[in-house]
Design a protein around this ligand. Structure first.
Ligand SMILES: [Cu+2]
Length: 148
């Protein structure tokens, strides 16, 4: 009676695979329901040649968004997101290093930082590097915050 044992041996892994697929489908469905179309609550922004890539990200409003900020340049940069008033203040600011505020992050040369921000309201928020000359060079991007 080899055949029944062989069949049983194949059906158990197959059932496991189907169960795994069902779990993955459920996870995708849950994640999809939690986010606005096209939005990402874990974006990565890379700094290279004093530019942000991507230069635009879309995130959901009202939930924590964890951003990975990866500086591939051999010089320091900073990532500051906020309203035009926030950026106006930073253009005149003298704070050499930003720590402790999730919307203001210094990213040293060749390093990565993570920050978690909850954007309460839908809208557009610029992110800029305010180190001298970097914004003028083009180190800017936009976060689009979408209602869920
Ligand atoms: Cu910079």
């Amino acid at each position: 009676m080899l055949t029944p044992r062989w069949t049983a041996g194949r059906s158990a892994p197959a059932a496991g695979a189907i169960g795994l697929l069902a779990m993955l489908a459920a996870l995708v469905a849950l994640t999809g329901c939690a986010l606005a179309p096209g939005s990402d609550n874990r974006p990565t922004i890379t700094f290279r040649y004093s530019r942000f890539t991507p230069a635009a990200v879309t995130v959901p409003a009202g939930v924590p968004v964890t951003l990975t900020l990866r500086n591939d340049d051999p010089i320091d940069h900073e990532w500051i997101v906020g309203s035009p008033e926030v950026h106006a203040a930073h253009r005149l600011g003298t704070e050499p290093v930003h720590e402790g505020r999730p919307t203001e992050v210094t990213v040293p040369a060749l390093s990565t930082r993570r920050t978690t921000v909850t954007f309460d309201r839908p809208g557009e928020y610029a992110y800029l590097c305010h180190l001298p000359g970097h914004e003028a060079y083009g180190m800017r991007g936009t976060i689009y915050v979408r209602a869920r």
